[in-house]
Design a binder for this molecule. Structure first.
Ligand code: HEM
Length: 489
């Protein structure tokens, strides 16, 4: 049932029925199955036709990825099939917009990400969230011996931070006992959880008609989605109203660190401001926590790499200021290596506006879904060499000497975990700073080991979720010549 219908050495095509059977057989290991298909394709691209589903071109070829994301960017918008799926939650926000609407928001948001106040606001927020909430949790666990679900901890942490940075509001997800009821603010976190999980399931549904029908009838998961979205909308609108009132009273400064306040000052209409911050929350919420969850799992299995990270932190005097964070090269290499193997966004799709031919000869038809696949690319021997399925952070350090960023060392088209080209992730620098800060703070004081030997399963929801969480045992670290275990700021 598999035929190479491109005698010039182009990609294999997987036609209707055979593929459907294979798809069903591999439904619980789709990422690895697609990786195998791509590795055996002559050009690391495959075309998948599945009964009832849109024709999909899936590629792990850096030249094709560059073509889609940069050279012929205009032909590969997200497209209606994508924006429809997330539209109820994200509205017209940057994450879900194409064309002029996207371009205008991109310009506005890019300015925000380069401001010093954003950077300073982030570091201040990381300092307090880490010292007041995160580290005390680990200290308790090290004393009581209770296991900690590191994935849950990191997700709560990330939600608190992104809400502070984007909304100037603290949902207190990581506060108090984890078994306690959520604060009213973190009802927002729960609503986001529900809305993004149901939206992700819409994307994975074999036939779009079914969720559309359920939406029209207002039943089942679609009703839950509508309720969650309505809670998110009303909480953020309420926040906008309150912020405006504070502004009128002169209680809030124009230079406030959060994105929402600056959007209001710039004269955005309320609905667009709401949609923009929702996109930021979506983009910044589960991505860093997904990356760090897989990082901690890998590091627990590679004590040599962990030792090198801690040695580097000791050389930097345990400092966590912006400058020291930039200097953490071994840590950055370990983070890049774990994102190579477990990218937070495992795959990402565009929809072709017009017919096209990719650099490897694959023909694209108008309306095709065209997907680049960071998960498969990280495991392609043609890209990373033999044995690339294993963790080896040194591959990122070998070319060192330039003093530049470790992450910048691989072409973004070969390592598109933050996407690449005009629509590349706006939060990349912020994410790297945050992940380095959190990993350094945790590893400086604590050793984290698996509570039980497990081979975790990656569930590619909107981000790479670890099924069942990551239960870990926490032990206080004995550092060489350790006088003080406090983080210096
Ligand atoms: C490890 C962490 C992160 C990873 C791997 C990551 C990855 C990505 C990817 C793959 C995209 C493209 C998605 C698409 O177009 O479908 C994206 C877009 C975006 N990311 Fe990130 N991201 C991370 C963290 C963040 C953070 C912390 C923020 C801050 C709010 C952020 C803000 C954005 C924004 C605003 C976009 C939309 C850009 C546009 O459409 O022009 N990201 N990110």
């Amino acid at each position: 049932h598999k035929k190479n219908n491109n005698p010039g050495g182009g990609p294999r095509t997987y036609p209707l029925i055979g593929c459907f059977v294979d798809f069903y057989k591999n439904r619980n290991r789709l990422l690895d199955w697609y990786t195998e298909l791509l590795a055996s394709s002559p050009t690391q691209t495959v075309v998948v036709h599945r009964l009832g589903a849109r024709r999909t071109v899936l590629t792990a070829d850096p030249a094709c990825v560059e073509h889609i994301l940069r050279s012929n960017f205009a032909n590969y918008p997200k497209g209606k099939p994508f924006t429809e799926i997330l539209g109820d939650l994200l509205g017209r926000g940057i994450f879900n917009a194409d064309g002029q609407l996207w371009h205008a928001q991109r310009k506005l948001a890019s300015r925000e990400f380069t401001t010093r106040s954003m950077r300073e606001g982030l570091i201040t927020e990381l300092e307090s969230e880490t010292s007041v909430r995160l580290l005390p949790r680990l200290r308790d666990a090290s004393v009581t011996g209770r296991h900690v679900d590191v994935q849950d901890l990191l997700r709560r942490f990330a939600f608190d931070v992104i809400c502070q940075v984007s909304l100037g509001m603290d949902p207190r997800c990581l506060e108090g006992d984890p078994s306690n009821a959520l604060s009213p603010e973190s009802e927002l976190a729960r609503a986001f959880e529900v809305a993004s999980a149901i939206s992700a399931r819409r994307g994975a549904a074999p036939v779009a008609m079914i969720w559309k029908l359920k939406r029209a009838l207002g039943i089942g998961t679609e009703r839950k989605l509508r309720e969650a979205v309505s809670l998110i909308h009303s909480q953020i609108m309420e926040l906008i109203r309150a912020r405006k009132a504070e502004m009128e009273k002169g209680v809030v400064e124009r230079s406030n660190d959060d994105f929402l306040t600056r959007l209001i000052y710039s004269g955005q209409n309320d609905e667009l401001a709401r949609d923009m911050v929702i996109s930021f929350l979506m983009a910044g919420r589960d991505t860093t926590s997904a990356a760090l969850t897989w990082f901690f799992w890998l590091i627990a299995r590679h004590p040599d790499a962990e030792r090198e990270i801690v040695d580097e932190l000791e050389r930097l005097g345990g400092r966590l200021d912006y400058h020291s964070i930039k200097e953490m090269r071994v840590l950055e290499a370990c983070l890049c290596e774990s994102m190579r193997l477990f990218p937070p966004v495992a795959w990402d799709s565009k929809h072709a506006a017009a017919a096209d031919v990719l650099p490897d000869g694959t023909r694209v038809e108008a309306g095709d879904r065209v997907t680049y696949f960071p998960y498969g690319m990280g495991r392609m021997e043609k890209i990373w060499g033999e044995g690339c399925g294993g963790f080896d952070h040194r591959r990122w350090l070998e070319a060192d000497g330039s003093g530049g960023s470790v992450a910048a060392r691989a072409s973004p088209y070969k390592f598109p975990v933050f996407q690449a080209g005009p629509r590349a992730c706006l939060g990349k620098e912020m994410a790297m700073v945050q992940m380095k800060y959190v990993a350094a703070a945790m590893l400086w004081d604590y050793e984290l080991r698996m509570a039980e030997e497990q081979t975790p399963v990656l569930v590619p929801l909107l981000t790479a979720h670890m099924a069942g969480g990551l239960p870990m045992v926490v032990k206080r670290r004995n550092r060489s010549g350790d006088a003080s275990s406090q983080i210096k700021k």
